[in-house]
Design a protein around this ligand. Structure first.
Ligand code: 5GP
Length: 203
């Protein structure tokens, strides 16, 4: 996968991840965001090929059978998965990739790619604020909301396994995105990743 790094960005529902990733796309154009496949229905305003590639369960299962997904999981009764074709398209351009995926997928990618993968967990300042944000979207049934809250609690438990944990303070999505860009840039400069450059310095 070239020299590009793969940044997994996870965040429980209500962490404000969607907004932050949208800002990231704008302020760090060198990065490509891989569009996932899902079997959930589009929310109002979501677009095919922009937010997700929308599939039926059967179509998704065919993607799995054909080995077209790098990882996948079931979340709240729907499939979500990273398409190989998306990852290949972005890495072919030599760019970094952002995968905005949940923790199960994140750990699959980390296992698959090892050091080429950096994991970042985005969290709300506290549980009350997280629930407020989740409900604020106003597009889902109580049942779905409760399912997402339960899952969010589980995902928070996984935060310690991530390389970075970034708090998305209320009203400060821009700052949060800037922090993530700093992390992304710094990750390219670690002595481990710069070792070839150092070795070749006097040649
Ligand atoms: P939503 O329904 O809110 O768009 O997404 C639900 C969860 O699925 C979010 O945590 C989102 O990050 C995650 N997700 C989106 N795409 C993928 C994917 O390709 N793989 C995995 N494992 N999770 C994903």
């Amino acid at each position: 996968m070239n020299n590009g790094l793969v940044f997994v960005i996870s965040g429980p529902s209500g962490s404000g991840k969607g907004t932050v990733v949208e800002i990231l796309r704008k302020i760090y154009s060198k990065v490509g965001v891989a569009v996932s496949a899902t079997s959930r229905l589009p929310r109002e305003g979501e677009l095919e090929g922009v937010n997700y590639y929308y599939k039926t369960r059967e179509q998704f299962e065919e993607l799995i059978r054909n080995g077209d997904v790098l990882e996948y999981t079931e979340y709240n009764g729907n499939y979500y998965g990273t398409l190989k074709s998306e990852a290949e398209r972005i890495t072919a351009e030599g760019r970094d990739i952002i995968l905005e995926i949940e923790v199960d997928g994140g750990s699959q990618i980390k296992k698959l790619l090892g050091e080429q993968c950096v994991t970042i967990m985005l969290i709300a300042p506290d549980a009350d604020e997280q629930e407020r944000r989740l409900r604020g979207r106003g597009t889902e049934s109580e049942e779905v909301i409760l399912g997402r809250l339960a899952r969010a609690r589980e995902e928070m438990m996984e935060a310690v396994k991530y390389d970075y944990v970034v708090v998305n303070e209320t009203g400060k999505s821009e700052e949060c995105a800037e922090t993530i860009v700093s992390i992304m840039k710094a990750e390219h400069q670690t002595s481990r990743r710069m070792s070839k450059y150092i070795n070749d310095y006097f040649d």
